[in-house]
Design a protein around this ligand. Sequence first.
Ligand code: 5GP
Length: 188
Amino acid sequence: MCAEPLLAVLIGPGGVGKGTLARRLTEEDHGLWLSRSWTTRAKRETETGDEYVFVDRETFERAIDEGRFLEWAQFQGNLYGTPVPTDTGGADVLLEIEVQGAQQVRRYYDHVVIFLIVPPSMEHLESRLRGRGDSDDHVQRRLQSTAHEIRIGHELATHIIVNDDVERASGEILSILEELRRDRRSLA
Ligand code: 5GP
C-alpha cells in the first residue's frame, strides 16, 4: 500500500450538492474520512450544527496563527478552513471546499484528486440555492459567483462530475477513487 493517503477534494458552486455527495461517499466507502471544516459564518436555520465547527473570527484567526489548518480561505465575507487531519485511521481524506482552498491543497500536496461538481442546469442550481433558506440577496450573490467558481474549477479539476443524480454521481466518483487506489497499490 502507498503510505500517503489520497486527498480527494470536491469543489463546485454553492447549491450544487457537494455536501450531500460527500456524506453519501463516506457512507458508501469506509476507506474515506470526511473532514469537518471550521467557519465563521452563522449557522443557517436549516442546519443542525454538525455541518461545521461554527466559531467566531477571533477563534478562527488564532487557529490560523497556530498552524491548525491544512488550508483556509475567505469566501463571501466569512472564513472557512480545513483542520489538519488527525485520527483518520489511515483512511483517504475527503474535503468539500471552495476553489481557493483547492488551489492551496493542490500546491502543497502530491496525492490530490479534485472533482469539480457541476449542476445539470442553472435552473436546477438556483432552485437548490433557494431551498436552503438563504436570503434573496445571498442567493443572488452565490449565483453571481457561480461562473467564476466553475471557470477556476475547470482549471483545477482532475475530473468533472455532473450531479444529475446523487447515486449516479457518487458511483462515478467511487469508481474513479477505486481505480486510483488500484494504480497506487500496483506502484507500491
Ligand atoms: P456554505 O457557506 O454554503 O456552507 O459554504 C460556502 C463555500 O465554502 C462552499 O463552496 C463550501 O464548499 C466551502 N467550504 C466549506 N468548508 C470549507 C473549508 O474548510 N475550506 C474552504 N476553502 N472552503 C470551504
